[in-house]
Ligand binder design. Structure first.
Ligand SMILES: [Zn+2]
Length: 102
């Protein structure tokens, strides 16, 4: 079970901090999970992001969701990897407020 604080992966401007390597791949995955889980206006049945662990072997999409205490969670049915993400509110990937209003 991965327990993620999203702010640990962001720079002071709110962009993804790691520039390359496994940390970058993981940060890309976690932000995609947040966007998918908070996109309430998106079409139903849109697949989640590809699992960062087993996508090399197989194209496996993870399931995402929101818990009652506002943690973004994901689970990969193929490899069993799961995690939860906190402090995603207000990030670029927080789509829960709908389209940004200028
Ligand atoms: Zn997986």
């Amino acid at each position: 079970m991965y327990v993620i604080d999203l702010t640990h992966y962001l720079d002071p401007k709110g962009a993804i901090a790691p520039e390359r390597g496994p940390a970058r791949k993981f940060a890309d995955f976690v932000t995609a999970v947040v966007a998918h889980a908070t996109d309430f206006d998106g079409p139903d049945g849109t697949p989640g992001p590809l699992c960062f662990r087993c996508r090399k072997r197989d194209q496996r999409f993870v399931e995402t969701g929101l818990t009652e205490d506002n943690l973004v969670v994901w689970r990969c049915l193929a490899c069993g990897t799961e995690g939860q993400v906190s402090n995603w509110q207000g990030s670029f990937w927080d789509l829960s407020a709908g389209s940004p209003s200028a």
